[in-house]
Design a binder for this molecule. Structure first.
Ligand code: NAG
Length: 405
């Protein structure tokens, strides 16, 4: 068995390196595969009881952080390299580590590092979790040095779809100081957002604040996305005060954060606030912003201006093909029609809408779809494996994937 293992891995590794190019496109589609909205288990570790991958590929769901931030592919590459190095070692490292934990012997930094790069299942992650708790308890007062374990642990949870485990760890009092940078919290929030666990994501944000971990631009974007999804008067208050705080403190607040906040204000029927928030967006050329603009105009009773904007967009259809034609959401356009009903603009609105339809500028995507859409990675699609790290069992499907690309 050990022999098989050591033979198979270098092979997989070699195959992967060779097939980097072919896989890039495939990987960017599937690595961050979307998940199904599910009810959120309250018990922190119930996720552990289920197979990590059940149901994940089904249905569409959105994530908000780009691969530049999550860096799952880099992480998986490192894991493979580590696995490559360790082949040939006798016995199961994770199992041995579990025994070590039971014996209460001292945990070394490099051992923990190794462990975190070898986990492949929810079962392994129980050992990893126990190990980081132990390590933190033993080293609470010692600087952890250059290496940050927090993001590694959370990326592992991300890879194995254990969002509740990530959330429980980053919010745990006992672990204060272990996750001391925004990335761990942000990735945990993104995972919870994907699963539709918005309340849990808000708890992560609260905990981040109470642990005095500074927010960064991704935190603000995730926070306003979560508040928008929650759509309560409380989440509205949190969202607007975060945006205001950002301005006051001179932090960079991303455009998407303002768009979420403005959309939330519209949902909460506070048109003035929505306008104020949207006015903070400097560049409004994107499809999302154009749709927001039309909707905001209409919501503030300026139907004529809304229709003007739409009809100038329809005129763009005649321009050369390299000019990108604005597209509008069917949902937004229906809203405009509704608001113009019985008024002076009704006929013009109808006419403009059918023109947009004829020029192919109407999309079935809703405003929500446009909002909850991760930005494309700025880097070229990096090569990597199927979202799950290959092992002997997955060798075959992986291999056929390579061939089919
Ligand atoms: C958002 O909340 C408001 C006020 O509670 C409610 O009227 C509205 O229908 C909600 N919108 C969505 C999309 O849930």
């Amino acid at each position: 068995m050990a022999l098989l293992w050591s033979l198979a891995l270098p092979f997989v590794y070699f195959e992967l390196v060779q097939s980097n190019m072919a896989l890039g496109r495939y990987a960017s589609l599937c690595c961050r595969s979307f998940l199904r909205e599910e009810t959120c288990p309250n018990a922190a570790f119930t996720a552990l009881l289920q197979p990590a991958w059940s149901g994940w590929r089904l249905g569409a769901k959105r994530h908000l952080l780009s691969e530049d931030v999550v860096k799952l592919q880099d992480f998986q590459r490192r894991k493979m390299a580590v696995a490559h190095l360790i082949t040939g070692t006798d016995g199961n490292f994770i199992e041995m580590f579990g025994h070590k934990l039971q014996r209460k012997s001292l945990l070394l930094r490099d051992e923990l590092k190794l462990l975190l790069h070898l986990c492949q299942s929810a079962e392994d992650m129980k050992t990893a979790r126990d190990a980081i708790y132990r390590y933190h308890a033993e080293n609470r007062n010692v600087a952890h040095g250059e290496f940050k374990f927090g993001p590694v642990f959370v990326r592992l949870c991300y890879e194995l779809r254990l969002e509740q485990m990530a959330a429980a760890a980053v919010t745990d009092h006992e672990m204060r100081g272990f996750f001391n940078e925004a990335t761990s919290f942000n990735i945990a929030m993104d995972m919870l957002f994907m699963k539709g666990c918005h309340q849990d994501a808000l708890e992560v944000l609260r905990s981040m604040r109470s642990q005095s971990v500074p927010f960064n631009k991704d935190t603000l974007m995730l926070a306003s996305a979560v508040c928008y999804k929650l759509n309560t008067s409380e989440s509205f208050t949190i969202c607007t005060s975060l945006m205001e705080e950002g301005v006051v403190k001179g932090h960079f607040v991303p455009r998407l954060a303002y768009c979420f906040a403005a959309a939330l204000a519209l949902r909460q029927n506070d048109v003035k606030k929505a306008q104020m928030l949207f006015s903070q967006v400097m560049i409004t050329e994107s499809r999302l912003c154009q749709n927001m603009k039309v909707l905001l105009l209409a919501a503030s009773g300026e139907i004529e201006d809304a229709v003007d904007l739409l009809s100038s967009a329809a005129r763009l259809a005649k321009s050369p093909s390299f000019v990108r034609k604005p597209e509008f959401s069917q949902e937004v356009l229906e809203q405009i029609l509704l608001l113009s009903e019985g008024g002076a603009q009704e006929a013009r609105a109808r006419e403009t809408l059918s023109r947009l339809e004829r020029t192919g500028q109407v999309t079935p995507r809703t405003l929500d779809d446009m909002l909850c859409h991760a930005p494309a990675s700025k880097r070229r699609a990096a090569p990597i494996v199927e979202a799950r790290w290959p092992n002997r069992r997955s060798l075959k499907p992986l291999h056929s994937t390579l061939l089919s690309e």
